[in-house]
Ligand binder design. Structure first.
Ligand SMILES: C[S@@+](CC[C@H](N)C(=O)[O-])C[C@H]1O[C@@H](n2cnc3c(N)ncnc32)[C@H](O)[C@@H]1O
Length: 220
């Protein structure tokens, strides 16, 4: 089992109570991601966690066929309970993912910063691009580094203020921000856009940005 799977297995039970206190505009991002993807017949949610995005996608696109995957067995189990059999769920990693099917839409919400290198990201984005149907869409929310040290510092301080609204100072500094610094691998927004274009997406737009968090929409 990987370090990432272990860490999310431990977080699964309390995930839904903390995620909204960790990600500014979590609900806004979840709503927007379901609204900017047109009228897909098939959607794959990568790193689906406990199924919050899938639930929103189901409400907005009730006739679409939904699939979710996640590397953490505990997160997938929580999603299975929440989604009551309405979504095809798979306990596999992005890196293991292979399919002969194509999808109209792929989504990923707060997942890809867990991949440990730029090359791992490039490979995954390449697979997403090849898995999408003609005119398919990839919609992704993630955390980004600032474009320069000053904006990086600004986003970090403002995010810390946001975290202090939901957690004690000790939890913010010794737990959540320490975990972020030790484990996460965010890219700059400009770098992420360049990578998506490199693997073949024809256009890449930023739909919504809140501090260091953003929703990107990439069209094949
Ligand atoms: C911050 S949670 C986000 C969950 C969900 N997308 C949401 O927005 O609530 C990150 C999720 O990505 C999953 N994950 C991390 N690395 C992964 C990988 N390489 N392959 C598949 N899932 C991964 C974790 O297990 C976890 O469930």
């Amino acid at each position: 089992m990987t370090d990432v799977s272990n860490s999310y297995n431990e977080q699964a039970a309390m995930y839904d109570t903390v995620i909204r206190k960790l990600v500014p505009d979590y609900e806004v991002f979840n709503t927007l991601i379901s609204e900017v993807i047109g009228c897909p017949r098939t959607i794959l949610d990568v790193g689906c966690g406990t199924g919050n995005t899938l639930l929103r996608l189901l409400e907005r696109h009730p006739s679409a066929k939904l699939t979710g995957l996640d590397t953490s067995s505990a997160m997938i189990e929580a999603a299975r309970i929440k989604l009551e059999g309405r979504v095809d769920l798979h306990n596999i990693s992005v890196e293991e993912f292979q399919t002969k099917h194509s999808f109209d839409v792929i989504t990923s919400m707060m997942v890809m910063h867990n991949l440990k290198s730029r090359e791992a990201r490039r490979l995954a984005y390449g697979v997403f691009h090849n898995t999408l149907a003609n005119e398919g869409v990839y919609a992704t929310v993630d955390i980004f580094k600032g474009e320069c040290e000053r904006s990086e510092e600004l986003f970090f301080q403002m995010w810390r203020e946001f975290l202090l609204q939901g957690f004690s100072e000790e939890d913010v500094d010794k737990k959540w921000l320490a975990l972020h610094k030790a484990k996460d691998m965010p890219l700059r927004l400009s770098d992420q856009i360049a990578l998506l274009k490199e693997v073949g997406f024809s256009s890449v737009d930023v739909v919504h940005k809140q501090l260091g968090f953003g929703l990107i929409l990439a069209h094949c």
